[in-house]
Design a protein around this ligand. Structure first.
Ligand SMILES: Nc1nc2c(ncn2[C@@H]2O[C@H](COP(=O)(O)OP(=O)(O)OP(=O)(O)O)[C@@H](O)[C@H]2O)c(=O)[nH]1
Ligand SMILES: [Mg+2]
Length: 277
């Protein structure tokens, strides 16, 4: 990241923000996927804030646009059920497996292959499950995803699992089919236990498009948090700030690679430092 490093090295010399500096900062913010409106309000606020240095002002303004909501996974004392949702290719299946790995040391975990739309999706999750020693509940190809979800929550109860992560489809015939399928999966799990988290997976490399996806999913299902993936690539990561600012949905985890351990809790201070240092 470090998208503002050029800009900051320049202003450090004279330690004040003039009009050309601010124009350049606006350009950098927009290029970092923040969107024009947010970029301009950050500029306005940074200009007005009288911190010791422009860098400090920018740091606190950027932080103030992040969500104040908890970034921890809400757990139940017994089983915690988590749905993993998002458009196709964002990293849902990989993130579900990474989450299973992450929480594995807290107790037994079950993975549910509720993306029955694509045969390969089930295999993909089973492969991860075998590698990390986590049971994967699946159904036949094209079986009802809600019935897979139901079987998985039953199984999780049976083995007194602490966590259930439910992988879901990213694409169906149309958007409303997908959203009603997600609602149905949630309803069915909740016959047994409340769904504590609906985590929306967003690919950081899709930029402003990620914000559109977040808006659509947040309207249809109650998204409780975001997993922002592919931050190891060329993504400038500003989309995190845009999503939190517009929707106030906290980013809970970030994906930083294709390996099973490439998942970390989102840290706001580090994120903002990464953006500007
Ligand atoms: N570099 C990088 N690649 C990732 C990350 N997370 C996922 N991927 C890769 O992105 C690709 C898609 O990941 P999947 O987990 O299959 O995505 P999905 O959302 O389940 O896709 P569908 O099931 O088709 O909807 C795979 O090649 C993953 O290895 C990440 O944090 N960094
Ligand atoms: Mg998948």
């Amino acid at each position: 990241m470090g998208i503002f490093s050029n800009f900051l090295s320049k202003i450090k010399v004279n330690n004040l923000l003039n009009k050309p500096d601010l124009d350049e900062l606006a350009k950098e913010l927009i290029a970092a996927d923040l969107g024009a409106d947010l970029a301009h309000s950050i500029i306005d606020q940074t200009r007005k804030l009288k911190s010791a240095t422009p860098e400090e002002s920018l740091n606190s303004v950027l932080l103030s646009h992040l969500s104040k909501k908890s970034r921890a996974i809400t757990t139940n004392s017994e089983l915690t059920a988590v749905m993993v949702v998002g458009v196709n290719g964002t990293g849902k299946t990989t993130s579900a497996a990474k989450l299973a790995r992450y929480f594995q040391n807290e107790g037994a975990v079950v993975l549910a292959a509720a993306d029955t739309f694509r045969a390969a999706a089930v295999e993909q999750l089973q492969t991860w499950g075998q590698r990390i020693g986590v049971e994967v509940v699946s159904g036949k190809e094209n079986s009802d995803p809600a019935s897979v979800a139901f079987d998985s929550v039953q199984r999780a109860k049976e083995i007194s699992a602490k966590f259930l992560f439910v992988d879901t489809a990213g694409r169906l015939h149309n958007k409303s089919d997908l959203m009603s399928e997600l609602e149905k999966i949630k309803r069915v799990i909740e016959k047994v236990t409340p769904v504590r988290e609906v985590l929306l997976v967003i690919d950081a490399t899709t930029g402003q498009n990620g914000l559109q996806q977040a808006k659509i999913f947040a309207e249809a299902v109650q998204v409780t948090g975001i997993v922002l993936t592919k931050l190891d690539g060329s993504a400038r990561g500003g989309i995190a700030l845009a999503i939190e600012d517009y929707l106030d949905i906290p980013i809970k985890f970030i994906g930083t690679g294709e390996s099973i351990d490439a998942l970390a809790p989102f840290n706001p201070d580090e994120y903002v430092k990464g953006l500007i240092s």
